[in-house]
Design a protein around this ligand. Structure first.
Ligand code: HEC
Length: 228
């Protein structure tokens, strides 16, 4: 009898600890770009949606034509319709696959994983209720336009799903190195692409960047596109 209850106790204890480990979300500071929406929440429209659109909603993966495993990750309604449990990132399939190993990880190898700050931001967004937060432009300050702190995070969120690593399908233009970005900047194509005044408006298939973010990139280019 005693033995049995000890056994049950151990089972429950083990189940409880396993449960809590699996659901624990690592937390590190997020990128110092525009990440604040109304009430200080993560901004879905400017910081989460572009990541899904750039890294996941691609042909052969999770765009409208492919819908791998039934996941179409291109709009708010489609993203929250499957694999997102509002308020519970640890119990959300969409979060789980970001931290999986091997071929279960998304984006699938040989693509690079999302960065720790992108993953944490998605976890935070889900834990905050997976809301369609959109009124977020106030956090951008176009008087700050250094490369590392301001320009790079904009590219990371909005462009690198297509313009980095093996995913550099974007006409083979890598934007994940300073040299790659500088080349497009000085050539003029970086600005006209995000300002939608060139042949190829960017981010492809996504919403135009906010005026403030476009101004950050423009001012950085006008200052000579330094590695600062
Ligand atoms: C969903 C994938 C995708 C995303 C996201 C994306 N691009 Fe592109 N990009 C492409 C593709 C594909 C091309 C090649 C032209 C085409 O087919 O539209 C391209 C071309 C370009 C070019 C060359 C344009 C020219 O005139 O030669 C630049 C510069 C560029 N992208 C910058 C960006 C920037 C900056 C962002 C983020 C703000 C971005 N892209 C986001 C896929 C993408």
């Amino acid at each position: 009898m005693i033995k049995k209850s000890v056994f049950y106790f151990l089972m429950i204890f083990m189940a409880a600890t396993q449960f809590s480990c699996k659901h624990e979300i690592p937390f590190t500071p997020i990128d110092p770009s525009d990440t604040i929406a109304v009430n200080g929440a993560v901004c879905f429209q400017s910081d989460i949606l572009p990541v899904f659109q750039s890294y996941c909603a691609k042909s052969g993966c999770h765009d409208a034509g492919s819908r791998e495993e039934g996941y179409q990750l291109d709009t708010y309604a489609n993203i929250v319709s499957k694999g997102v449990r509002a308020g519970n990132a640890g119990g959300s399939k969409i979060y789980e696959v970001l931290v999986e190993s091997g071929n279960d990880r998304m984006p699938q190898p040989p693509e690079n994983p999302l960065t720790a700050s992108q993953i944490n931001l998605i976890a935070r967004w889900i834990n905050e209720g997976a809301r369609n937060t959109s009124n977020c432009s106030s956090a951008c300050d176009s008087s700050q336009f250094t490369y590392a702190a301001k320009v790079k995070p904009i590219l990371q969120t909005n462009c690198l799903g297509c313009h980095s690593g093996v995913a550099a399908s974007g006409g083979y233009i890598p934007l994940d190195t300073y040299d790659g970005v500088k080349e497009q900047a000085l050539f003029g194509t970086l600005y006209i692409s995000i300002n939608h005044t060139g042949t190829y408006p960017m981010p492809k298939n996504g919403a135009k960047l906010s005026d403030c973010k476009i101004a950050v990139v423009r001012k950085w280019i006008e200052s000579g596109a330094p590695d600062n």
